[in-house]
Write a protein that binds this ligand. Structure first.
Ligand code: HEC
Length: 95
């Protein structure tokens, strides 16, 4: 049996893992097309490491139908400003 202090540490470590390893929920929907780490795939642009303000501005432009696209206009409409900001910050921080 683990002693209580060790057990507590194990739970704390477990609790900390998912947040460090997983994308925010709003970003999960981008990975199927833009690659598992947002690195781009199949001719679809990479998102990782790009400027967060630029990514957010592109998403808002897709959402407002101000930027031409085949699919992104429809996808962007499902995201609030806060979600767009979170997603943009997430991909900007990836390398
Ligand atoms: C169904 C596939 C698909 C999904 C899901 C998807 N994208 Fe896209 N994305 C595309 C395609 C295709 C383009 C090229 C523009 C177009 O045709 O709509 C694109 C273009 C973009 C661009 C512009 C890239 C550039 O440099 O021109 C950004 C930024 C972007 N997507 C962000 C996202 C984000 C953020 C998400 C998740 C919220 C997401 N995409 C989800 C397929 C997808």
């Amino acid at each position: 049996m683990l002693k209580p202090p060790l057990l507590g540490f194990a739970f704390a470590a477990l609790a900390a893992l998912p947040s460090a390893a997983q994308a925010p929920l709003a970003a999960e929907g981008c990975l199927g097309c833009h690659g598992p780490r947002g690195g781009g795939q199949g001719g679809i642009a990479a998102l990782a490491g790009r400027d967060a303000d630029e990514l957010a501005a592109i998403m808002r432009a897709f959402r407002a139908n101000e930027r031409p696209g085949t699919i992104m206009g429809r996808i962007a409409r499902g995201y609030t400003d806060a979600e767009i900001a979170a997603v943009a910050a997430h991909f900007a921080a990836l390398r």
